[in-house]
Design a protein around this ligand. Structure first.
Ligand code: APR
Length: 233
């Protein structure tokens, strides 16, 4: 598989963290069940009920201490360390499991639980404790810190960097995502137009499976180490 592959882009979603014990969004135990997206993941929800929204992310941030990276995160970190060409892991996840497995060439397009964003000055700062509404920004001193999560209707982070990587990619791999949310769900199209090989690793067929050259169905903890072994030959 890796004869003519130099530049790799890997998109990950909630499915890669499922075997670590973190709930996915649209699965049977989906996070959104019990919470309507509109109530916890939109700018309007934050304005309407900041206590509920901050508490929702405080609970998910606290959960991180109870979980650990699984073999899929570890395999991607090993690929990152060994791969001589370009490699970028674009995660939709807001957990820290890729980092804890050792991944370096990584970005969080939907933000991170362990970061707080100032709605006044735009500064993001590391945050591992509970984040009550009206917490004070260490940059501007305003009581305007919010979860550093990209809500529905907001622009994901690093889109130019992601697009540039996709346009140079020889291989695009999508792991553990339902393909339900754009712009991430459209990355496979950009990669195909750039002539990249496209591979999907997922427990179930996704909304975008038809766009992939190859789809492998199964748990990420098995499929990702297998793919990395193939790539590292
Ligand atoms: N191994 C591989 N894939 C898995 C596993 C597993 N063990 N368990 C579940 N999956 C797959 C499911 O089949 C599903 O297709 O992971 C996918 C999870 O889909 P979603 O719950 O929709 O999560 P995701 O695709 O990451 O959601 C994208 O939507 O709600 C927003 O911002 C949120 O980043 C999130 C975005």
């Amino acid at each position: 598989m890796n004869a003519d592959i130099n530049n790799i882009v890997i998109l990950t979603g909630a499915g890669i963290s499922a075997e670590s014990g973190l709930a996915t969004f649209r699965g049977p135990d989906g996070l959104w069940e019990g919470h309507r997206v509109e109530d916890v993941c939109t700018p309007e929800a934050l304005a309407r009920n900041p206590v509920l929204v901050h508490r929702f992310y405080d609970e998910r941030r606290a959960r991180l201490a109870e979980v650990a990276p699984n073999p899929a995160h570890q395999a991607l970190a090993a690929l990152d360390a060994a791969w001589g060409g370009d490699l970028l892991i674009v995660t939709q996840n807001v957990d820290d499991l890729h980092e804890r497995a050792g991944a370096q060439r990584l970005l969080h397009m939907h933000g991170e639980l362990q970061s707080a964003l100032c709605a006044a000055c735009g500064k993001a700062e590391a945050w591992t404790a509970p984040l009550p509404p009206a917490s004070v920004c260490t940059g501007c001193g305003q009581p305007r810190l919010r979860p550093d999560i990209v809500f529905f209707g907001e622009m994901p982070y690093d889109m130019e960097r992601i697009d540039a990587a996709l346009c140079r990619a020889d291989l695009f791999v999508s792991i553990g995502t339902s393909g339900a949310v754009y712009p991430a769900a459209g990355f496979v199209q950009t990669a195909r137009h750039a002539g990249a090989r496209t591979l999907e690793l997922n427990l179930d067929p996704s909304a975008g499976s038809a766009y992939f050259e190859e789809t492998r169905l199964g748990p990420a903890s098995e499929l990702v180490p297998e793919m990395v072994r193939e790539l590292l030959g």
